[in-house]
Design a protein around this ligand. Structure first.
Ligand code: AMP
Ligand code: ZN
Length: 489
């Protein structure tokens, strides 16, 4: 099966082919450009936000697995209505305030093992490009100045130029003429209105303003993404991602601004594939700051969960299906990881007994079939449920083969090579290494000596002493191994 995604623009699953089939990246791979709307850095992100970022990480990882060279851009929205309100309330500066939450965002992204984007532009570093784009719209008659000095996008003029407003969502424009204007960055579908590109400075903005041809002010949220994506990826690119709430108005407005500026080659769209991730819910409602029903990554770490467990939970459902976050769900993710880790641990022990350590082992037939089934599931619009099913079928079969001693050390190496390939896509990584303290290691070594000297009473006493200290000794083919008691249960 070829790689397919559900494209919101087509309202259908479509085969993925790069917009520019002849383009290559520095390593000679077919080049693909991906933009994902990043966080608004006015607070710590909640795990609903991170569901969307883990989803975009999965898209990138799977494209890379399939041999594409992905150029990944994720912006940082560091100037918009909510940020300015908080900067004012906390009597701080924009840079200090947003810097703090940008840093926290990347720390959380790392904890969830998301690959860092190649470019993470901050809107405030792109003011000249934003102004140039608004000027281009103004020259084409699509942007106009209001009495207060703000600049708005004219939906009517845009449509008269032959462009379509309502590409991602169905809008009944005949019944609903856009007569009003909105200054706010967020508005509802039924409030179809010209939206702000440049907002004239008001006293509440404090020190947050820039000079412009229209006087002092600041950009609207939607124009920021159009300017940054086109500056870094060109006027037409392959993939644009975000949470489903961004489809309207944010992404619709991005299309209108970018295509309204007319920078694309004839017949080329601004973006070929639009992918939207469904929301993470809590008791049936969207997890959201405004509803107070959210958990940050930090909240969950404080409850004793790990970034790996959160990532596993966020990858458990198809990206177009909503699902409810629960602590039980996280506990389930923990159990799944324990099953995987236990099996991989046994494979590693067996592989270590191979006469020769192969530098780059390849999957054998059995493990290659596992990789193929897994990858084909992901090709099918990222069908993670089938991907997980392939993983647990492989774990079950591997455990059986380990128990019956059917696997050779070389086969164990091949199985581990297959897992490495699969984990390039899921990015579950390894559990944090738990090393026993030196005193416990010394006791375990003393026990080996006691056993050699056939002093079994002493060996048993040492085993009990180690156990009392919270560690368990497992005798393996590769020698004794120390495991924390909790993990060995
Ligand atoms: P924001 O920081 O509010 O700009 O949001 C960052 C990203 O998180 C956007 O792509 C949103 O669509 C997404 N998002 C917000 N809430 C949720 C949620 N409950 N589930 C999934 N994605 C969300
Ligand atoms: Zn955006």
């Amino acid at each position: 099966m070829s790689l397919q995604f559900f494209n919101t623009l087509a309202r259908a699953v479509q085969v993925f082919t790069p917009l520019f089939p002849d383009r290559r990246d520095a390593q000679g791979r077919p080049a693909v450009a991906l933009y994902c709307c990043g966080p608004t850095v006015y607070d710590f992100g909640h795990i609903g936000n991170f569901r969307t970022f883990v989803f975009s990480d999965l898209v990138r990882r799977h494209l890379e697995f399939r041999g594409f060279g992905v150029n990944h851009v994720m912006n940082i929205t560091d100037v918009e209505d909510k940020i300015i309100r908080r900067v004012r309330e906390q009597n701080t500066t924009l840079l200090d305030f947003t810097g703090r939450y940008t840093e926290a965002f990347f720390a959380d992204l790392d904890l969830l093992n998301c690959q860092r984007p190649h470019h993470a532009p901050r809107a405030t570093d792109f003011i000249p490009q934003i102004i140039a784009l608004i000027q281009q719209l103004e020259q084409r008659g699509i942007a106009y100045r209001a009495a207060d000095g703000s600049v708005y996008f004219s939906i009517d003029t845009y449509r008269k130029c032959g462009c379509k407003y309502g590409q991602l969502v169905n809008l009944n424009l005949e019944d609903q003429r856009p007569t009003e204007r909105v200054a706010s960055d967020e508005y509802e579908k039924d409030n179809l209105a010209d939206f702000a590109l440049w907002k004239a400075r008001v006293p509440d903005d404090g020190a947050v303003f820039w000079p412009s041809p229209w006087g002092e002010g600041r950009p609207g949220w939607h124009i920021e993404c159009s300017a940054m994506s086109m500056a870094l990826l060109g006027p037409s690119f392959d993939l644009h991602l975000g949470g489903e709430d961004l489809a309207f108005p944010h992404h619709e407005d991005e299309i209108a601004q970018s295509e309204g500026a007319g920078l694309q080659a004839p017949g080329q769209p601004f973006v070929k594939y639009w992918l939207h991730g469904a929301h993470l819910l809590v008791e049936g409602k969207k997890m959201a700051k405004s509803l107070g029903n959210f958990f940050t990554v930090r909240d969950l770490l404080a409850k004793g969960f790990s970034g790996r467990e959160i990532r596993t939970l966020l990858l458990s459902a198809h990206y177009r299906a909503t699902f409810n976050f629960t602590v039980e769900g996280l506990e389930g993710a923990r159990e799944q990881l324990a099953r995987i880790d236990e099996c991989l641990g046994k494979l590693r022990e067996l592989a270590a007994t191979a006469p020769a350590v192969v530098a780059a082992p390849a999957p054998d037939d059995r493990s290659a079939a596992f990789v193929r089934i897994f990858a084909e599931a992901l090709d099918n619009d990222l069908n993670v449920s089938e991907g997980w099913a392939a993983i647990f079928e492989w774990i079950r079969e591997t455990n059986r083969a380990l128990a019956t001693r059917e696997l050779s050390p070389t086969q164990a190496q091949a199985a581990l090579a297959a897992w490495t390939l699969v984990d390039r896509v899921f990015g579950l990584g390894n559990p944090p290494a738990t090393e026993a303290p030196a005193a416990i290691v010394a006791l375990a070594q003393e026990r080996v000596a006691a056993k050699k000297a056939k002093d079994f009473a002493r060996a048993d006493a040492l085993r009990n002493e180690v156990k009392a200290a919270g560690w368990i000794i497992e005798d393996t083919a590769a020698g004794p191994k120390l495991k924390p008691l909790a993990a060995a249960k």
